[in-house]
Design a protein around this ligand. Structure first.
Ligand code: NAD
Length: 324
């Protein structure tokens, strides 16, 4: 294992987080839970005070639900707040840049981090939509920059998409992946850089339609949220959109595409979207699903899905009586 990878996974090396808002504080929780020392920096002193009380509250809630293996105070003690960027960056292997989603701010803060950080440290931005090739283009050490975009909050939604820019060094991708996996986060490496990456492209597709439905008087905001809460969202916490339709249709996803593909194409056309599910595309999606689940195991997997949903509902019920 290379020295840089050792740094990524060894707990001896602290992590720096630049920007102590929602995501910065949440990443502090992730790494402190994993036993790593955290340096949390912000330009605003008030943000650091808020982060400290938010951190205590999150750890108390995790303890309430039996999700902490240590006393909250022990975990909190691993997080050091700082108003001095150079001090926060000293000796770290990875930096999470969690400044606001604004191109000028991200450009300026990344240049400053690059100037002060140890030469081999990776600079991972939490950017929701701005790709590295936009905010890091002018950074001298741009080969160590990439996006590591979490779901909010990452101490609960434990998947991160890693999006390298064309100029990102491959060793930096491996370093950040190992580092995040050591903290218990699953990583998906996005194969081509594009605005909004995968997470927000999927979320955006649903949100754009939801806005249209409200605009056209088809459903209210609360009615749409109710359908997602009780239906799509609950199901998606167990299976993704491809597995959903694969398991909803006897014969699997290929049959689903032949039955409902034309209806989905017509819905897309109403919104001006023409991205046909060609035979070739359906063939590729089907082959990937069948590699995951042969049709002979379809019934078994449907039962698994239902049991996972039952587990979730049972856990919710068992905690609903003991809420703090
Ligand atoms: N909130 C989400 O749901 C979510 C999810 C995933 C990713 N993100 C991304 O994470 C990043 C941070 O978002 P957030 O929701 O935590 O924002 P936020 O507004 O809660 O926090 C941003 C923090 O950055 C600080 N800041 C501003 N300029 C700074 C600078 N130059 N140096 C250091 N700190 C600075 C602010 O004081 C503030 O505390 C954004 O890129 C956002 O798109 C957000």
């Amino acid at each position: 294992m290379s020295t840089v990878l050792e740094q990524a996974t060894s707990r001896r090396y602290p992590v720096a987080i630049v920007g102590a808002g929602s995501i910065g504080t949440a990443f502090a929780v992730v790494h402190a839970l994993a036993g790593r020392d955290v340096r949390l920096y912000d330009v605003a002193a008030e943000a650091l005070d808020n982060a400290r009380s938010r951190l205590d509250q999150i750890l108390a809630d995790l303890a309430h639900f039996g999700l902490l293996e240590e006393a909250p105070a022990e975990v909190a003690a691993r997080v050091q707040t700082s108003s001095d960027l150079a001090e926060a960056l000293a000796g770290v292997a990875v930096i999470h840049e969690c400044a606001p989603e604004n191109l000028e701010i991200k450009q300026a803060v990344t240049i400053e981090i690059d100037r002060l950080a140890p030469p081999h440290a990776a600079i991972a931005s939490a950017s929701s939509a701005i790709p590295g090739s936009e905010y890091a283009r002018a950074v001298a050490g741009r080969s160590r920059c990439l996006v590591a975009h979490p779901g909010n909050p990452p101490y609960l939604l434990r998947v991160v998409e890693i999006v390298p820019a064309p100029f990102t060094d491959a060793s930096v991708v491996r370093l950040v992946e190992s580092f995040l996996e050591a903290a218990g986060l699953a990583c998906v490496i996005v194969r081509r850089e594009l605005r909004g990456f995968v997470f927000n492209r999927l979320q955006g597709a649903l949100l754009r339609e939801a806005y249209c439905l409200v605009r056209d008087g088809v459903a209210s905001v609360e009615e749409i949220d109710a359908i997602v809460r009780g239906g799509l969202g609950l199901r998606w916490s167990v299976v993704g959109p491809f597995e959903t339709v694969d398991l909803n249709t006897r014969g699997g996803i290929e049959r689903h595409a032949s039955i409902l593909g034309p209806a989905y194409a017509a819905m897309g056309a109403e919104r001006g979207q023409f991205d046909p599910w060609t035979d070739e595309l359906i063939g590729s999606v089907t082959a990937q699903r069948r590699a995951q689940l042969p049709l002979e195991r379809w019934e078994e997997r449907v039962r698994w899905r239902d049991r996972e949903l039952m587990r979730l509902l049972a856990a919710r019920r068992s905690f609903s009586d003991s809420e703090c």
